[in-house]
Every structure is written in structure tokens, then in C-alpha cells.
Design a protein. Structure first.
Ligand code: COA
Length: 385
């Protein structure tokens, strides 16, 4: 029985800043940000948005009357959670009108969370073939104003419905993984922004990729020739390239060129949205499926990495005819219809947030789901009717 991703949905906030304008404001050569880091636009979440509202938006794009009642598992991968106790998934139960007989919880391991969720979902559906799982990655990447990581911020969510006989991606149950205690990136509970040893993180990321790729080849007796495309966790578009480059000169030149060409298609959306943390790899998948010239039954290798650190490489196969189940036009329109804001407006939004006793005026809301108020320190959410 095939198990994998049946539906894929994406949400990113409606406001963004231009990276050249950010570079000019910060007194940096724009080429450093657009070429050296590889970003063009950065999503800016509104003050009524958080990991809950973005998760709801992405999932709302994939749930319908047919699949909703089959959901038996809901996992939200996030490192931008809003509560130390209550899971993001609990807030989604009524916002998304999910059936009560589900296991719904949140999972955290930096940018690896959604992959952990996806692998659990695979096992759940394999054991319960008539059920489906909803896996959501939702994050706001925040490093802080005028920090080196500022250019690699972003926000958004990816939702995946995992089922038997999937229409988008078959997971092959071939995977290798590793974990190590590493201080490359962390966010203590007192801080809204992350602490990162950026260059060290790059080194660990490449080391994890190299180690896992060797393990994967040894375990399954495959080489790069067995894959059409390699997808990477993409905190910024240059980062995946650092891992891919390790194959240059070690695999046939035409295969390397093909992989680089496909990689460029997989980072188009990230370049225009920024870092989604745990959703980044899956935004890369969406970007490749929407923008690439994908062959029927293409074989993919996916490299997931979460600082701290956990890494995993697994393989998958694109299902022929997936285009009918992925709303490419909607995704492209959503990205096109966003509003550019100035760097000072972004800085203003960045420093704001609802506090206890605040409510959101409906006239300020430009999305379907929003944080409506914080009352007695409890976050309350609403859906615009
Ligand atoms: N034109 C073109 N490229 C330029 C340039 C210019 N004028 N100026 C610099 N560059 C290039 C550099 O050569 C470098 O390229 P390389 O990475 O291929 O060597 C790149 O731009 C970045 O320059 P660097 O001096 O290293 O930038 P930085 O000290 O500002 O740090 C990061 C960049 C990515 C390390 C920093 O943004 C960061 O810490 N981001 C967060 C990363 C993170 O948190 N990772 C964890 C999640 S997995």
C-alpha cells in the first residue's frame, strides 16, 4: 500500500519587505543579500497573526468535506509556539471544525519538527489505512532588527494531508537520520528572537548532509543517478546550495547540472517569502512541484535539518497527475497579491504585539483567521465569516 502526501497547502502573510530596501536601510551592499544570501522578499506577519493563525490558513486550504471526517491525527511542527502548555493543534480543533476523535498535538525540534510529524503520520496511516493525518509546519522566523540573521527572517505555514494512495507524493519508507547536541541555534523561553551562530550552523548543516547522504547511499545501494531532484531545508536560498555543492566533481557533471537546475526551481518561493523554519523544506517541495518541469514518477531525495540538531534524509516519488491536486494558480496568485511595506513599517509591526486585555479590530484583519483578543492571559482566536 502506498502512503504519502495527498494534499499540500501553503500560507504566507500578505505583507512583505523588499530585500534591496532592507539592505539600503542597513547600509549593506544589496548584492550581499540578494546574491550572497540569496533572498529577494521577506514575509512580514501582521500583529494579529502567529503560528496558530498561519497553521489554520494553510490547513484550511487542504481540508474539505470529504477528507475532514477521516482525519485521525493532527500534528503541528513549530518552534514559534504561543503557549508552553497548550498545543497549537488544540486551537485548531474548532477553528478548522476537526472531528474530536483525533490525537492532536504539537511537536518541536527546530526546523525538523514537520519531518518528525510526517514520519509519524506515515506510520499512523500505514497502521490505520482508512484514516488520514494532518501535518502542519507553522513558524515565524525572528532574529531581530539589525542582526546578521535579520535578512533570513520570514513567516508562513505548510499543511499536508497524509493518506493511503496519495495523489501528490509517495513516501518510500527509506530514510536515515541522526541527532547530536549542537549549539548552532536556539531560542530560550524568555526570548521572542532566536540566538544563532550562523556560520557554525552552516558548517553543521553541511556536515549532517554529507554524513547522511553517505549513510543513505550505503544503506540502500543508491547514488545521485537514482534521483532526479534533491530538496533541502532552506533557511535562505544559498544554504541548500552549500550542501548541494559538496557533490560537485563527485557525481557526473550532467547529473550535477540537472540537480542545480531543479534546486533553483525549488527555492523560487523561499527567495520571495524567506525562512519558514520547519516549513522550509516543504515550501521547497511546493516550489519545485509548481515551478519545475517535473517528470512523471520523479524520484526525490529530501534533506531535513533542525538546529540543535537532528537531520534526516528520505526518499519519495512524485505521483503522476499531481497537478490536479495542487492548486498552483492559487499559490501563485497569493504570492503575487501581497502588499509591499516599507522597512520602517516592518520595524513598527515587529516591535508590536497584543498584550493581556487587547483586542483586534476586525477592520484591521486582512486574513481568514486571527488572534481576536487576549483575555485573562488566554489567547482567543476567530475566523472571519
Ligand atoms: N556581493 C555578493 N556576495 C556577498 C557580498 C557582496 N557584496 N558580500 C558578502 N557576500 C557573500 C559572502 O561571500 C557570503 O557567501 P558564502 O556564504 O558563500 O561564503 C555571504 O554573502 C554571506 O556573507 P557573510 O559575511 O558570511 O554574512 P554574515 O556574517 O552577515 O552572516 C549568515 C550570514 C547567513 C550566517 C547570517 O545571516 C545568519 O546567521 N543567519 C541565520 C542562519 C541560521 O540561523 N541558521 C540556522 C537555521 S538552519
Amino acid at each position: 500500500m502506498d502512503v504519502g502526501i495527498d494534499r499540500l497547502g501553503f500560507y504566507t502573510p500578505k505583507k512583505y519587505i523588499d530585500i534591496v530596501e532592507l539592505a539600503n536601510e542597513r547600509g549593506v551592499d544589496p548584492d550581499k543579500f540578494t546574491i550572497g544570501i540569496g533572498q529577494s522578499k521577506q514575509a512580514v506577519p501582521d500583529i494579529y497573526q502567529d503560528a496558530v493563525t498561519m497553521a489554520a490558513e494553510a490547513a484550511d486550504n487542504v481540508l474539505d468535506d470529504d477528507n475532514r471526517s477521516d482525519i485521525g491525527l493532527v500534528i503541528v511542527g513549530t518552534e514559534s509556539s504561543v503557549d508552553e502548555s497548550k498545543a497549537v493543534s488544540a486551537f485548531l480543533m474548532d477553528l478548522l471544525e476537526l472531528p474530536e476523535d483525533v490525537r492532536a498535538f504539537e511537536i518541536k525540534e527546530a526546523c525538523y519538527g514537520a519531518t518528525a510529524g510526517l514520519q509519524m503520520a506515515y506510520n499512523f496511516v500505514a497502521m490505520n489505512p482508512d484514516k488520514k493525518a494532518l501535518v502542519i509546519a507553522s513558524d515565524i522566523a525572528r532574529y531581530g532588527i539589525k542582526t546578521p540573521g535579520e535578512v533570513t527572517q520570514g513567516a508562513g505555514a505548510v499543511a499536508m494531508i497524509v493518506s493511503k494512495n496519495p495523489h501528490i507524493l509517495k513516501l518510500e519508507n527509506k530514510s536515515v537520520y541522526m541527532s547530536r547536541n549542537v549549539g548552532d541555534f536556539w531560542r530560550p523561553t524568555f526570548s521572542k528572537t532566536a540566538f544563532a551562530r550562523g556560520k557554525f550552523s552552516n558548517e553543521i548543516y553541511v556536515d549532517f548532509f554529507t554524513t547522511l547522504w553517505k549513510k543513505f547511499q550505503d544503506k540502500y545501494g543508491v547514488t545521485a543517478d537514482d534521483f532526479d531532484t534533491m530538496l533541502f531545508h532552506i533557511p535562505y536560498t544559498k544554504m541548500g546550495m552549500k550542501a548541494l555543492r559538496t557533490l560537485d566533481g563527485k557525481i557526473p557533471d550532467d547529473k550535477y547540472s540537472e540537480l542545480v537546475e531543479h534546486y533553483q526551481k525549488s527555492v523560487e518561493f523561499s527567495r520571495n517569502v524567506g525562512n519558514l523554519y520547519t516549513g522550509s523544506l516543504y515550501l521547497g517541495l511546493i516550489s519545485y512541484l509548481v515551478n519545475g518541469e517535473v517528470k512523471p514518477d520523479e524520484k526525490l531525495m529530501l534533506f531535513s535539518y533542525g538546529s540543535g540538531a537532528v537531520g534526516e534524509i528520505y526518499s519519495a516519488e512524485v505521483v503522476s497527475g499531481y497537478e490536479k491536486y495542487l492548486d498552483s494558480d492559487f499559490i501563485k496568485q497569493e504570492l503575487k497579491n501581497r502588499q509591499k511595506i516599507s522597512v520602517s513599517d516592518y520595524e513598527n509591526i515587529f516591535s508590536k504585539g497584543l498584550v493581556n486585555g487587547d483586542t483586534t479590530a476586525l477592520s484591521d484583519v486582512h486574513d481568514k483567521f486571527y488572534l481576536s483578543e487576549i483575555k485573562e492571559s488566554e489567547r482567543l482566536y476567530k475566523k472571519v465569516n
